[in-house]
Design a protein around this ligand. Structure first.
Ligand SMILES: Nc1ncnc2c1ncn2[C@@H]1O[C@H](COP(=O)(O)OP(=O)(O)OP(=O)(O)O)[C@@H](O)[C@H]1O
Ligand SMILES: [Mg+2]
Length: 422
């Protein structure tokens, strides 16, 4: 697929008068018909990116293209983009119907068509029957839904959504997540969705950009980002992680907690200090003496479906475990895990270098990979512990990485990552 991206940023920097750049040499491509998410902590530049795409501000330097055409100074009303703003930005003096109908009236659609489309959009956001209500008589969550209806009614080519579900309760939020995703698929509109909620990002996106302080730390499918975070920031931000110091002994062999383990990572220098990631749901509790590590239970919390257990290994590393099995504080337990669950991160590696390294060492053929795995599984139980808060990621784990379509953004040179790696 060699189509021209709907939006592309090249070396985009944005700096306000008063200080440091809020976006720093940002480059990425947005492909037609996909669901993108900008994910990152407060103040990292998510809204700024949307405002640049929508045309509400100009970049300090760099190029923004839409369908290949430079649009740096094309005004907002000349771009086929609709935005659901973080603060909704509804017209307070218009009722619900007139808010949603606004764009259609500007486009001079027929009265009947306007009526039908507005009704449809309001049905989509569960606000049928609210047509005559004044905006000030609506709750925060209802206003948010009016804002979504007002944007989708125009069937724009590109829809920007700035935390559009943040004011909704959990049930409505989950419902709207499904429906937005469904709508995106049905209409084939390109969505750029902003959230600071990692579960929402994992559940909804084709592609996620993880942002930190005006930089894209990593871009990729939910599976890429969950399974192969490039650094501590991403690993920490996307789901809960155990991150412990370690040392690479050789390809596919890493040392941490004072022991050597088989792993599936390679392409690092011998003896190189690394950070090792193991997700809480990939650790299994065994009786003392069994398992790969020995640890003492520090605390335990019941989280609904699983117990969250914090324990300390003999080398002094703290581990969080999600387990359906209860533990006793002070008890000595064993910790077991599969070699594939170990993910090794190099300090300060760029996304391009990371992708290149993955390609270089990931060319093991499948048979070889199977051999390695079976020889190191030590016959331990490999049953995965069920978790609630990582359900979204679990669902996202299904498709194979090579199915995920062409990568965009800084890593576009990458041709698909080896399946089943850490
Ligand atoms: N008009 C402005 N003038 C000066 N600084 C600004 C302006 N707009 C945004 N900023 C700064 O730019 C940075 C990024 O802001 P932005 O609104 O893009 O963050 P965000 O990722 O959307 O955060 P949040 O999750 O809180 O909405 C912040 O430090 C913010 O203070
Ligand atoms: Mg914002």
């Amino acid at each position: 697929m060699n189509q021209v991206p709907v939006i592309s940023f090249r070396g985009v920097t944005k700096q306000f008068e008063d200080g440091v750049p809020v976006l720093n040499d940002v480059s990425f491509d947005i492909e037609r018909g996909k669901f993108y998410t900008l994910l990152g902590p407060s103040g990292c530049g998510k809204t700024t990116i949307l405002r640049l795409i929508a045309g509400f501000m100009e970049p300090t330097s760099g190029e923004i293209r839409m369908d290949g055409k430079l649009i740096n100074d094309v005004p907002a009303n000349k771009r086929q983009v609709n935005t659901v703003f973080q603060d909704y930005a509804l017209f307070p003096h218009l009722n619900v119907f007139d808010n949603v109908a606004f764009g259609l009236r500007i486009r001079k659609l027929k009265k009947d068509d306007i009526e039908r489309k507005v009704k449809e959009a309001l049905r989509f956001v569960n606000l049928e029957g609210y047509e005559k209500r004044e905006i000030r008589e609506m709750s925060g969550g209802q206003r948010q839904r009016v804002a979504i209806a007002r944007a989708i009614v125009n069937e724009p080519k590109l829809l920007l959504l700035d935390e559009p579900l943040s004011a909704l309760d959990l049930k409505l939020r989950t419902e709207m997540q499904y429906e937005l995703r469904e709508l995106q698929r049905r209409l084939g509109i390109t969505f750029i969705f902003v959230t600071h909620d990692q579960e929402e990002a994992l559940a909804m996106s084709d592609e996620i950009f993880v942002l930190n302080r005006g930089n894209i730390e990593q871009s990729g499918t939910p599976t890429d980002i969950y399974d192969e975070p490039i650094n501590r920031f991403v690993a920490d931000f996307i789901g809960e992680s155990n991150i412990v110091p370690g040392r690479m002994l050789e390809d596919f062999r890493v040392e941490f907690a004072g022991k050597a383990f088989e792993c599936v990572d390679g392409g690092l220098r011998r003896g190189e200090p690394v950070e090792v990631v193991l997700r809480p749901e990939d650790l299994q509790i065994t009786p003392a003496g069994a398992g790969k590590l020995s640890a003492t239970v520090d605390t335990q919390l019941f989280r609904g479906v699983h117990y969250e257990i914090i324990c300390m290994d003999d080398a002094g590393n703290e581990w969080m475990v999600h387990s359906t099995r209860k533990a006793i504080v002070g008890e000595v337990i064993g910790l077991d895990f599969d070699s594939e669950a170990i993910h090794v991160m190099r300090f300060g590696e760029s996304e391009e270098d990371f992708d290149r390294r993955l390609e270089a060492y990931g060319e093991l053929d499948e048979e070889e990979e199977l051999d390695t795995n079976s020889s190191i599984s030590q016959g331990a139980s490999t049953a995965r512990v069920q978790t609630t808060d990582l359900g979204a990621a679990g669902a996202a784990k299904e498709p194979s990485r090579s199915d995920s379509g062409p990568m965009t953004g800084p890593s576009s040179a990458q041709t698909g990552r080896p399946g089943g790696n850490s």
